[in-house]
Unconditional design. Sequence first.
Length: 421
Amino acid sequence: MPVRRFDPMSGQIDPTPTTPDPAPGQDDAPLAGVKVVELSMYVQGPVAGLTLASLGAEVIKIERVGHLDQMRTFRSAFGIEFDDQGREWLFASLNRNKRAVAIDIASDAGRPVFHRLIDQADVFVTNMREQGLVAQGADADTLLAINPRLVYCRGGGFGLRGPLADDPCQDTVGMAFSGFMDATAPSEVPNYPPGSMSDILTGTNMASAVLAGLVKRSITGQGCIVGTSQTQSLLWLQLQGVGLAASLGKRMERFQPDATTNPLFTVYRTADGWIAIAALQPEQWLAIANVLGLQAMLDDPRFATFDDVMTNRDEFRPIFGRHLATMATAHWWALLRSADVWVAPVNRLEDLAGDEHIVANDYLVTYDDGFTGPPVPFEVDRWAGARGPAGDYGEHTDEVLTALGYDDEEILQLRTEGAVW
């Protein structure tokens, strides 16, 4: 199907339709041939497996016998009530492209199945607490003894060591403890951005740790233990803000659109929405004034230079704001882009699926199950992410057991004993 490509150098859509190169096949996936066993819950661990699966790894997700994964049964989240389709979307958003099996890994009959999986795996991913892993025989010491080449990845909450290592933690309290709720708040009242952002960031960092572990194994021939926590991931996300506070005892100002120190580093209302401008250099004010038809402000001694604008920001802001409110966002965006200004419309989430730049880059795609979402957090040699659905509960149990060498009679016996579903 012909497409129109986005040119990142010019910032324009090429009007000439072209036929895209053939998409890479499964064998071209960056992690083709890598086998991952995932024992996880909620969001953080599943996102790690999701990332690896999106890159082409074979990810086998283990659920408990007789117990659906928690994300298959959620009734509501962040003010949204889920019907059956909503629950299907929620689970798929975290678990697509994985093979779903149900195994009682702690039972006498199920433990050997789990060990055989581990023996043939390259990676083990979990976000369970250490005490639970030990109880199920899935701790690092046990699994590395079975497979010394295993890359063992664990995600944590407050940390992987220390006095809070075994405390329960999820997205909300992780954001609180790390200072993220404070850093993103426009006032002293904490702010909680919805959408499990901390879990998703941490899960993605877990997958990055796995990639580093696989590289290390390729050099040493030995497996290793890798991982991260919500606290570690969120401190990394706040690298500059946390670094300033810890090193200089200073904090960045809270973002309030009408009260920034730099009135050209904020958002303004337009006739139909909002636009974000980020001007940090003196010459940028000159370009902005000229392209927006505000040359008269340059003749005003209060606003003649960038420094003048900073000094007289309280007088500058209403004049500049009234001007931007006279026309639509698209009008100002086109003008400011033509002057090479850092600028973008403030999109609403519901605007993104139809945005031509996002479509041109395959940043949002429609999966095989009809749902839409981001397919992968980065590209590798044009690989733009696997597009498969999530498995039903226990859907691939027999298939996986057969690949492990179990025959039909042995599988039936395992099912009779309650070791698998």
